[in-house]
Design a protein around this ligand. Sequence first.
Ligand code: ADP
Ligand code: MG
Length: 229
Amino acid sequence: YYEQIQQAERLKTTGQLAAAVAHEIRNPLTVVKGFLQLYEKNILPSDQSQKRHFSLMIEELNTAEEVVSQLLSIAKPSKDTEVEIVDVRAALQSVTELLHSYGLLNENKIEINKVEACYIAANNMEIKQLLVNIIKNAIEASKTGDSVTLTAKRKKDFVEIKVMDQGRGMSAEEIKSLGTPFYSLKSKGTGLGMMICYNIAAKYKGSIDFQSSKDKGTTVTISFPEQKL
Ligand code: ADP
Ligand code: MG
């Protein structure tokens, strides 16, 4: 009997996930199809409109592509996920370099501030993936010219990494929704980033906590058991 309930629950969850995925993919398809039908009928808008239509189609397809690749990264974690000693300072440095030009789009600086030498036992790629997702969110929440600040320190038997922004902030309700598949308040968001982050954190017995106030900013605290050298 219990097994039946469990199976019903699982099916319900799978159904909900499938419905959500379908929704996310269908929107871009509808937009692209609509434009193509217009062009098929030889209803040719002005050059300027054509340009805009094509960039809209590409944008929509990019979103769909991103949804698919993020889902795949959840379903089938990459092959090289062996547990290594992750040098947190080096990871923060490399992720900052990676996101430097992304920040520049809106004149946001990513500043590494007070980072102690500290290590965690995890997979390098996965920790970087987690950091990229969280720092990208911080940049996307920021106003023009705001900085995103990163710190890392040892605290008891844990390593504590903080990502601080001065951006739009979140209500308690919004914080509760983080990690729900496809929860996104962005026009081009996939709403999968935080779900991936929570999965990676759980895998290495870590945690992610949010402290935020509307229009003032957000501090994300990422905590992992410390690996002593
Ligand atoms: P996505 O970035 O694709 O929207 P995420 O799972 O990464 O999906 O984030 C979900 C939502 O959480 C975002 O759309 C945003 O509304 C909110 N969020 C996440 N991080 C922050 C932050 N630092 N400041 C404000 N809102 C945030
Ligand atoms: Mg995100």
